[in-house]
Design a protein around this ligand. Structure first.
Ligand code: AMP
Length: 556
């Protein structure tokens, strides 16, 4: 638009840059005494956090890290990771959060592609790094991260062990001001076929994302608020989209933070109870693991708020979780979007209704958070009706979306079309603006010319008393194009009899109520011991499709 008056201050005026260091400064100002906890091993306050961040920056600088260099981290969720979340970008360098669950070949690909210069590696991942270290040509130095006193025997030459290096490093580091558009973080997504794709985010983007989620999850009066007196423990790995950005939000608020290391149910429950954790976030798989643990029934989790995202929250799991007194709700986003786009918001009226009526809103992904312009469009790019039924693809604009895939112009052009980031997620939106994800475009099933949502069938089957976990995929059919196939895991303690026919009979109720169509009922239902998971803990439908197509004649 022309004609607007642009601010032109006096030459002496300071042009303030939005930088990650300001997030840390805010937390320190409000709650310098709050604790950062790592398992049952480490505990210190925000003042110490700042000091250790300064030491880490000095150590990295001594190892040759300068502005624009990439520092890779391979660790479970830890206080060390939190320190890197700040020290690395605050130096003007780029933090590569390495997905430690990738195959060695993919790991090598991502570390070479990101041009990692210094690598901080937990002793557990040394065997992985040893396999590829000869080909990590950009790497100059490795730093050992370990909880053990003894040093591992290995072929990697370390510049030193993290704690020893920090002890030698000076605590004061002059974090200079620089352009807020400088890249702060990079990581890789493996959602689709082909090599992993790098996404990257600037200081400005991370600061704005932090402010927006603080408003969305913290300020609006609704369910499950995340406030400064909460105790935070992430259950989404810190290598995956900055643990949804919540460590940045927690630090800005000066919240007590608990880092659980590798996710082990016993340690998670112990920390939850002994540290008084009140807010976490995770994919449904982790929630499922915790909720199905027998210990859960004997402990009080009624002060725990959990945000679910990364995959649809099946109604059965939501029900079981809410019955335990856990304040559960959803968020939606993706690696490419920093990640948060929408979060559940229950109005005062909804909050007054009983839990069973609230479930359907808690499993929806809510409304777009401030500054997200989200539309649902048909194949022609026109917005679909806001009627809670019409389905289209989610396209978005927001201040914190990756501006492309790292060094991949072709894929970047597929992601960004006509100025909109295309998510590949199919959804509907109702009159109040609540978004419901219907499916990934590639997971939707086209049977007899009709589109069927795998998530709807999963959600229905998850409510059967015998079903612990279920995935629905489309398999090729000569007659119908594709047919839905359900792959289910039974609850361990379930003693009754259940087979495919029983589950199909159960789905009839949903067909009668108009929730499902008759053609949505899977004619193939397979029982398995476990559903394969992706590197970030989601159900691996790509693998399931291959496995199931290969065993086309197994039990119906
Ligand atoms: P990732 O990039 O691995 O974080 O995966 C992002 C994808 O996860 C999205 O594009 C969605 O398909 C899916 N996803 C994320 N949050 C939700 C949600 N609340 N409900 C359904 N699917 C989700």
């Amino acid at each position: 638009m022309t004609g607007t008056k642009i601010i032109r201050g006096v030459q002496e005026a300071h042009h303030f840059q939005l930088l990650i260091k300001q997030i840390l400064e805010a937390g320190l100002r409000y709650e310098p005494g709050r604790e950062i906890v790592y398992r049952d091993l480490v505990r210190y306050d925000y003042l110490k956090l700042k000091e250790r961040i300064g030491r880490l920056a000095n150590v990295l600088s001594g190892l040759g890290v300068g502005p624009g260099d990439t520092v890779a981290v391979l660790d479970w969720d830890s206080h060390r990771y939190l320190e890197a979340y700040f020290a690395v970008p605050m130096m003007g360098a780029i933090m590569h959060t390495v997905n430690v669950r990738l195959s060695p070949a993919q790991l090598l690909y991502t570390m070479r592609h990101a041009e990692d210069k210094v690598v901080l590696v937990n002793s557990e991942f040394i065997p992985l790094i040893e396999r590829i270290s000869g080909e990590l040509t950009s790497v100059r130095q490795f730093v050992l991260l370990t909880d053990e006193k003894t040093r591992p025997e290995c072929t990697i030459e370390f510049a030193g062990e993290y704690e020893e290096l920090l002890a030698e490093g000076r605590p004061d580091y002059d974090f200079e001001e620089f352009d807020e558009n400088s890249i702060a973080t990079v990581f890789y997504t493996t959602g689709t076929t082909g090599e992993p794709k790098g996404v990257y985010f600037s200081h400005r983007q991370l600061v704005l994302h932090t402010l927006a989620i603080t408003a969305s999850v913290g300020a609006y009066q609704s369910q499950g608020r995340f406030r400064s007196d909460d105790v935070y423990m992430p259950l989404t790995p810190m290598f995956h989209v900055h643990a949804w950005g919540l460590p940045y939000m927690a630090t800005m608020l000066g919240v007590k933070q608990v880092y659980p290391g590798k996710y082990e149910p016993a340690m998670l429950l112990k920390l939850l109870l002994t540290e008084g954790v009140t807010l976490s976030h995770c994919v449904p798989t982790i929630l499922h693991m915790l909720v199905s643990s027998p210990v859960v029934k004997s402990v009080d989790l009624s002060k725990w708020k959990v945000i679910i995202g990364g995959a649809a929250l099946p109604e059965g799991l939501a029900d079981a979780t809410l019955k335990l007194g856990i304040d559960l709700y959803s968020g939606y986003g993706m690696s490419e979007t920093c990640p948060v786009l929408t979060i559940t918001y229950l109005t005062k009226e909804m909050l007054q209704s009983d839990l069973s009526s609230q479930v359907k809103y808690r499993i929806k992904t809510g409304i777009p958070v401030p500054f997200v312009d989200l539309r649902i469009v048909d194949e022609m790019g026109s917005e679909v009706a806001h009627d809670g039924k019409s389905v289209g693809e989610i396209v978005v604009r927001a201040p914190w979306l990756t501006q492309g895939y790292l060094k991949d112009d072709d894929m970047s052009r597929q992601l960004w079309r006509d100025g909109w980031l295309h998510t590949g997620d199919m959804a509907n939106i109702d009159r109040e603006g609540y978004v419901e994800i219907v499916d990934r475009l590639k997971d939707m099933i086209k049977t007899g010319g009709e589109w069927v949502s795998s998530l709807e069938i999963e959600s229905a089957l998850s409510q059967h008393e015998a079903v612990s976990e279920v995935a629905v995929i489309g398999l090729p059919s000569e007659k119908w194009g594709e047919r839905p196939c359900a792959v289910a895991v039974l609850k361990p303690g379930f003693t009754g009899k259940v087979d495919g026919d029983a589950l199909r009979a159960f789905l009839k109720k949903f067909v009668d109520e108009g929730v499902l169509n008759t053609w949505s009922v899977p004619d193939r239902i397979v029982f398995v011991d476990a559903i394969p998971k992706t590197s970030v803990g989601k159900m691996d439908k790509k693998k399931l499709r291959t496995d199931m197509a290969a065993s086309a004649n197994s039990v119906k």
